[in-house]
Design a protein around this ligand. Sequence first.
Ligand SMILES: [Mg+2]
Length: 323
Amino acid sequence: MLDSILGSLRVVALATKTDFRSVTSREVALFEGPLGWGEFSPFLEYSYSESVPWLTSAVEAAFVSPPPALRSEIAVNATLPALDNAQEIEGLLDSYPGCSVIKVKVGTDPVKDLDRLAIIRELRPDATIRIDVNGLWDVEQAASFLNNVGEIEYVEQPCASVEELRELKKRTSIKIVGDEVIRKAKDPFAVDLSDAVDIVMLKVAPLGGITRALEIARHHKLPVVVSSALESAVGISYGLKLASALPSLDFACGLGTGSLLAVDVEQLPINNGMIRVADVRPEVSLLNKLAVSNERLNWWKNRIRMTWDAGAESFINERGWGQ
Ligand SMILES: [Mg+2]
């Protein structure tokens, strides 16, 4: 299987519209299997072992039949990086047609964060707002911000650890979403989320694919929301398949992040705040146009080999995929 992955491997660089997590060009590795395309795109600084679930998810997409789809369209939210300029914010919001839920990155500066939320509320007075802190606050900072934030749908990962989230939960009635606390855990099944988290964030690639993400959701018995990790349309389409397979889905999903890219391998248009669940088969000519240098291609091939050896192969064999 590894030979077939490396044989069809294409690596493209996708420019982003704005700085997102300090990323201005997103490199993603794509390969084709009997069931379609898979995307392997852990952020460049991730270790091989941290990249294992990303590779197993890509392999699952290319080699394993997905579970039945229970819905054909997924409601998505607008995702706003930590922008402070009203015009820039408005420009980006316009690229999410019909999205009534806006997820805003906050956490670095409470004054700027509240200003950003005020700008958004003025531009979109009817929108539902959720915030993502990426674990940057301690309990005290979180409690004080949440006291002043006004009405929001939920806060995603306000503090880094489960213990802090549990402490915070005693001090706020705002719903808490666990993202990194699951996604970065050595064993997402072993994390005790009780009295700490109200909703679980599912990201298909960092959680190792649809099968494992569904198992994690079942295990924690909490409502879920599906999000992306700034992937190309190939990775996003796999997140959409996860969202379409969930027994219940009560929240708009963070799968509209294609709007943060200046260019993509295919378009997954947002209509009335929804994206259709569909297979993505990128055009060869476009893959050629966006291709990285040979040096970068070899870097990714090596990364895949090392990640394969770091645990992807044994996980895939255990599951009996592609046999
Ligand atoms: Mg998050």
